[in-house]
Design a protein around this ligand. Structure first.
Ligand SMILES: *[C@@H]1O[C@H](CO)[C@@H](O)[C@H](O)[C@H]1NC(C)=O
Ligand SMILES: *[C@@H]1O[C@H](CO)[C@@H](O)[C@H](O)[C@H]1NC(C)=O
Ligand SMILES: *[C@@H]1O[C@H](CO)[C@@H](O)[C@H](O)[C@H]1NC(C)=O
Length: 373
C-alpha cells in the first residue's frame, strides 16, 4: 500500500498543473487512480434504480432502450451507455452498480450509483411546505445521501474498506435540478415563477456536496444544467411562431437556454463558496452545457444529422409526443441513434453522452480545467 501510494503521488505531481500545486499542498487522489466512483443524480445517470423501484412500468425497462450497447433495456434512459459508464470505463473501473437496485447482488467495493430517474435536488418537505400535492417518491439528494450513509455503515468487510477509500474515490453529483424545474416548466404553473426555484435547488446541491466532503470525499465533480432549450420535450411544449425566440444558429429556444445558464451561474458561485470552505477538497464543475452546445453549434462535425429531433418517440414536432413515449407500442425509433443528440425526447443518446464524457475527462469543459485521467 505504501509503495503504491508513493507511485501514485509522483504521478500526481507530474499530471497536475503547476498553479494547482501552488494553490494546494494537499494530496488529492491522483488522476487515473481512483479506487471507486460514487454517483448522485437523476435520469441522466440512473443505471437501473427507478426500473428497480417501479418494475416494468419504467419506460427504460422496455426496448429499444439499451439497444445500441447492452442490446437489452438496463434501466438506463438512453440507447446505450450514460456519461458515468464512459467515465468508469476510461478509468478501468467496473460500470458503477446501481444502489439500491443492486443491494444483495453487489458489494459496492468499487463504488455505487445512487441516481434515480425523476429525482429532485430538493426533498419533499420543501414541496409540501410550498403547497404541492406530493405524488412522487422522495428520491432527492437527501435520500440518496441516506443510502450512501447506509452503505458506509453496513457491516460487510468490503464495504467497511470503502471508508478508507473515500479519499481515493471520485464523487459525481448531477446533473440534478431539472425535475425540480419541471414542476413549473411542464406542469402549467406560471412560467415566471421558475427562476424562484434556482436558489433553493442550488442550495440543496451545495448542501449535498458539503455533506460528502465532511464524510471524507476529496474529489467531487459537479455537473451543471444541460441546454434545456435544445431538448425536444421543451421545444415541443414551448413551440412558438415567433422566430425571434429561437437561436438562428442552433434552433434552440433562447429563453430556456438562458434559464439553464442562470442555474449554472448560481451553481458555479456555490461551488466557489464550497472551495473556500473546504480547501482540502477538489471541487470540479463539469460544463455539460458548454460541451453539448459545441455539438449543437456544429452537429455534422460530430456525425449528428438530426440534432433537434428525438430518435425515439411518437408522432409530433421534434418526433416528440406527450402521450406516446419511446418504447410505447405506437412509438417509432430512428435506427441510427449515433446521428442524433436526443434519444427519447428528454434524454440524450449514447453518442452525445460519449462526447460529453470525454469533454469532462480531458478537462476541456471543466472548471478548473483539469484532466480526470
Ligand atoms: C393529488 O393528486 C392525486 C393524484 O393525481 C389526486 O388523486 C388527488 O385528488 C390530488 N389531491 C389534491 C388535494 O389535489
Ligand atoms: C485516506 O484515508 C485513510 C483512512 O482514513 C488513511 O489511512 C489514508 O492515509 C488516506 N490517504 C490519503 C492519500 O490521504
Ligand atoms: C400524438 O399522438 C397521438 C396518438 O397517436 C395523436 O393522436 C396526436 O395527433 C399526436 N400529436 C401530435 C402533435 O402529433
Amino acid at each position: 500500500m505504501a509503495s503504491s501510494f508513493s507511485a501514485r503521488l509522483s504521478l500526481h505531481v507530474i499530471l497536475l498543473s503547476v498553479d494547482l500545486l501552488l494553490l494546494s499542498s494537499v494530496v488529492t487522489p491522483s488522476p487515473g487512480f481512483y479506487s471507486a466512483i460514487f454517483n448522485f443524480g437523476d435520469s441522466l445517470t440512473d443505471a437501473g434504480n427507478l426500473a428497480f423501484f417501479s418494475g416494468v412500468k419504467a419506460p427504460a425497462s422496455r426496448p429499444p432502450y439499451g439497444e445500441t450497447y447492452f442490446h437489452r433495456p438496463t434501466g438506463r434512459f438512453t440507447d446505450g451507455r450514460i456519461i458515468l459508464d464512459f467515465i468508469a470505463q476510461a478509468m478501468r473501473l467496473p460500470l458503477v452498480p446501481p444502489y439500491p437496485a443492486g443491494r444483495g447482488r453487489h458489494n459496492f467495493a468499487k463504488g455505487a450509483n445512487f441516481a434515480v430517474a425523476g429525482a429532485r435536488a430538493i426533498g419533499n418537505a420543501f414541496y409540501e411546505a410550498e403547497g404541492f400535492n406530493i405524488t412522487w417518491e422522495d428520491y432527492s439528494l437527501g435520500t440518496q445521501l441516506k443510502w450512501f450513509d447506509q452503505l458506509l455503515q453496513s457491516s460487510s468487510p468490503s464495504v467497511l474498506a470503502a471508508h478508507d477509500i473515500l479519499n481515493q474515490s471520485l464523487f459525481m453529483v448531477g446533473e440534478i435540478g431539472i425535475n425540480d424545474y419541471n414542476h413549473v416548466l411542464l406542469d402549467d404553473r406560471p412560467i415566471d415563477s421558475v427562476r424562484a426555484y434556482v436558489a433553493p435547488v442550488v442550495h440543496a446541491i451545495g448542501s449535498a456536496i458539503d455533506a460528502l466532503v465532511r464524510t471524507g470525499a476529496t474529489m467531487v465533480v459537479v455537473s451543471g444544467m444541460f441546454p434545456v432549450g435544445c431538448i425536444p420535450v421543451f421545444l415541443a411544449k414551448f413551440q412558438t411562431q415567433d422566430a425571434g425566440a429561437y437561436d438562428p444558429a442552433t434552433g434552440c429556444l433562447k429563453w430556456l437556454n438562458e434559464f439553464s445558464q442562470h442555474h449554472n451561474v448560481l451553481l458555479r458561485r456555490q461551488l466557489g463558496r464550497l472551495r473556500q470552505a473546504h480547501p482540502r477538497a477538489t471541487i470540479v464543475y463539469a460544463d455539460i452545457y458548454g460541451a453539448l452546445m459545441s455539438i449543437y453549434a456544429s452537429p455534422r462535425r460530430f456525425g449528428m444529422t438530426s440534432p433537434l429531433m428525438a430518435c425515439c418517440g411518437g408522432e409530433g414536432p421534434y418526433h416528440f409526443n406527450f402521450s406516446v413515449g419511446c418504447g410505447d407500442p405506437t412509438s417509432t425509433w430512428c435506427g441510427d441513434p449515433w446521428s442524433y443528440i436526443c434519444w427519447d425526447g428528454k434524454h440524450l443518446t449514447e453518442a452525445a453522452y460519449h462526447v460529453i464524457a470525454h469533454a469532462i475527462l480531458d478537462g476541456s469543459y471543466t472548471e478548473p480545467p483539469q484532466t480526470l485521467m
